[in-house]
Design a protein around this ligand. Structure first.
Ligand code: 2PG
Length: 209
């Protein structure tokens, strides 16, 4: 790694939001964190600090629950001066017509099995919304093109995002398939730490014909 600091990646889901607490489909809605969610963000930041992790750079979604979680983490870890890059590619899966609906009421209306498929399957898209596969397409393009080269610069890269945008990313990083992802979930303020071995940055690109 040309002497650069050991490369680490931390995927962090935002703390509990007002919509999470009300058991509502959130998607691209923009609720604030609850007091509990702020406490969760504070607690996970302290755990990162206990492991000697101070982010060198942060990628986050454009939504408020990730902005607020990021602000808490940077305050606790003393990293307010690190670059924070916000991008729509990391936003939560668009839940379409389900956005704002109570999840229990949706199960009554559409059936438990259907709602579970919309929430956890790879390929089923909710009405007017994105499937996890749709979400993965944008998240992975952003990861390969923007985040991975930054990660390989070394130090700790923190990604603050959402239940489904992070499920999509973890599928690629952990090698989880379409069936396996149905039971894979990250709790609010849950974090996954990856250690990287070597650079995978693209130095040049040429079309050969
Ligand atoms: O409502 C949402 O946007 C997501 C994440 O909170 O919910 P689910 O876990 O049901 O995909």
């Amino acid at each position: 790694m040309n002497g650069a600091a050991h490369a680490r990646l931390i995927l962090l889901r935002h703390g509990e939001s007002e919509a999470n607490a009300a058991n509502r489909f959130t998607g691209s809605a923009d609720p604030a964190l609850t007091a509990n969610g702020r406490g969760q963000a504070d607690a996970v930041a302290r755990q990162l600090l206990d492991r000697g992790i101070r982010p060198a750079r942060i990628f986050r979604s454009t939504l408020r629950r990730c902005a607020d979680t990021t602000a808490i983490v940077t305050a606790v870890t003393g990293s307010q001066d690190v670059p924070v890059i916000a991008n729509l590619a990391l936003n939560e899966r668009d839940y379409g017509a389900l956005t704002g609906l109570n999840k229990a009421e949706a199960a009554d209306r559409y059936g438990v099995e259907q709602v579970l498929r919309w929430r956890r399957s790879y390929a089923d898209a909710p009405p007017d919304g994105e499937s996890l596969r749709d979400t993965a397409a944008r998240v992975l393009a952003y990861h390969i093109h923007v985040m991975l080269p930054a990660i390989m610069q070394g130090g700790a890269t923190l990604v603050v995002a959402h239940g489904n945008s992070l499920r999509a990313l973890a599928m690629a990083l952990d090698g989880i398939d379409a069936l396996g992802v149905e039971t894979f979930d990250i709790p609010t303020a849950g974090a996954i730490l990856y250690e990287f071995a070597a650079t995978t940055a693209i130095l040049d690109r040429a079309i050969i014909s």
